[in-house]
Ligand binder design. Structure first.
Ligand code: SF4
Length: 389
């Protein structure tokens, strides 16, 4: 299946920045190791939910990922019980985005009573994904409704993001008429993006930077509008020698200015990372970048090429067993696993709990929209003592 230009997963971007589909054509769609681990987790989840129709993955799921996949599988079974369920459901997107031949795949779509349920399994742990007004989920729901409405009337749509590695289960519920109303905007935005897909030259005003749109855009290292945003932010005026150094205006240190700067940081961090990545890619391809070159970093840690050969060799060196091996006590997480399979009894586990400790969580700055409760620093939690006159 070829990747849709107006894919549901990138809809947040092309609905905000219609010119991005044009600019992105010049950048390869490379898979990352994060994407690969997500693909494997999805494949195992699909197999567990629908073994008759989904192939068994040829690669094992890493043990650390198994609880997340099992949680998702349990959640889907619970949510879709008694309903008509489709796993890895292929849908045609033409009627929603207007792109001929474009298809999408929904992790789970189900009709339970008169409610259409869309469940999207997000395996990432970098960015918390909200289901609220999520255009990817909406497009999936609109596309799936064409199939499910053949079986019963759809009155309500429930769209869920299941993101276990960030402890995030978020559901957005709307009525079918509300979905149809929102579909008008999606269709209009899709038509705008498609109209500029092959435009040459591309009108600059079709590029509209927005932190959520630019974050995953493949073109950000070369995007003139994003660069302009960064350049504007860095537009400081050098102070001439003879001029007195001005006092910093209160507005430069105001909470409002800091809030603006935080938003800029959200724009610029991914841009800087993308520029560095692009420079690395170009140099690796043998291209020159004035003022920059590649050097080799430190070699990796030394390892035995074969652990078995090393064991035999060290034994041959007449080293004692304690000299040949290192032994480590298992971690609390490994002990908990033994408790779950009955190797550690309940009373023993209570004793173990008494000597388990963990570092206190540290405060971190997040947008106000983050669903976690705000944390208030206490007098002891800051290094500052109140200033008294
Ligand atoms: S980087 Fe941002 S502004 Fe530039 S094309 Fe991509 S989404 Fe649009």
């Amino acid at each position: 299946m070829t990747h849709a230009v107006l894919s549901p997963s990138s809809s947040r971007r092309w609905m905000t920045c219609p010119g991005s589909v044009n600019l992105e054509r010049m950048f390869p769609n490379e898979s990352s190791s994060y994407a690969e681990e997500g693909t494997l987790a999805h494949a195992w989840a699909a197999f567990a939910l629908d073994p008759e129709n989904q192939p068994k993955p040829s690669k094992d799921l890493p043990e650390v990922h198994r609880p997340y996949v099992l949680d998702y599988v349990e959640f889907v079974k619970r949510e879709t019980e008694g309903g008509l369920r489709q796993i890895e459901f292929k849908v045609d997107l033409l009627s929603i985005t207007g792109e001929a031949g474009a298809k999408g795949t929904i992790d789970c779509a189900s009709l339970v009573g008169n409610t259409l349920k869309i469940i999207d399994f997000k395996f990432g742990q970098g960015v918390l994904v909200s289901a609220q007004r999520n255009s990817q989920l909406l497009i999936y729901a609109l596309a799936a409704s064409e199939f499910f409405s053949m079986f019963d009337e759809i009155k309500e749509i429930e769209m869920t993001i299941f993101q276990p590695r960030m402890d995030n289960i978020d559901t957005w519920k709307i009525s079918m008429p509300q979905a149809e109303e929102l579909a008008i905007t999606v269709r209009a935005k899709a038509a705008e993006a498609l109209a500029f897909y092959r435009a040459d030259p591309l009108p600059l005003e079709t590029l509209k930077p927005h932190v959520d749109a630019c974050r995953f855009c493949r073109a950000k290292a070369a995007c003139p509008k994003l660069r302009e945003t960064g350049a504007k932010a860095c537009d400081f005026k050098p102070i001439a020698d003879e001029e007195p150094v001005p006092m910093l205006g209160a507005e430069l240190m105001s909470p409002e200015r800091l809030a603006e700067n935080m938003q800029l940081a959200d724009f610029l961090e991914p841009w800087i990372a993308a520029v560095r990545e692009e420079a690395h890619r170009q140099l690796m391809n043998g291209n020159e970048i004035p003022g920059f070159k590649l050097v080799l970093g430190r070699p990796g840690n030394r390892q035995w090429t074969s652990a078995q050969e090393a064991e035999e060799m060290l034994k041959g060196f007449k080293l004692r067993e304690a000299e040949r091996y290192t032994f480590k006590v298992i971690s609390p997480t490994q002990a908990e696993k033994l408790m779950k399979v009955g190797r550690i009894g309940e009373r023993q586990w209570k004793r173990a709990l008494e000597i388990i400790t963990r570092a206190e969580p540290q405060p971190t700055v997040v947008p106000e929209t983050d669903k976690r409760e705000a944390w208030q620093p206490t007098a002891q939690s800051t290094d500052f003592s109140p200033i008294t006159n």
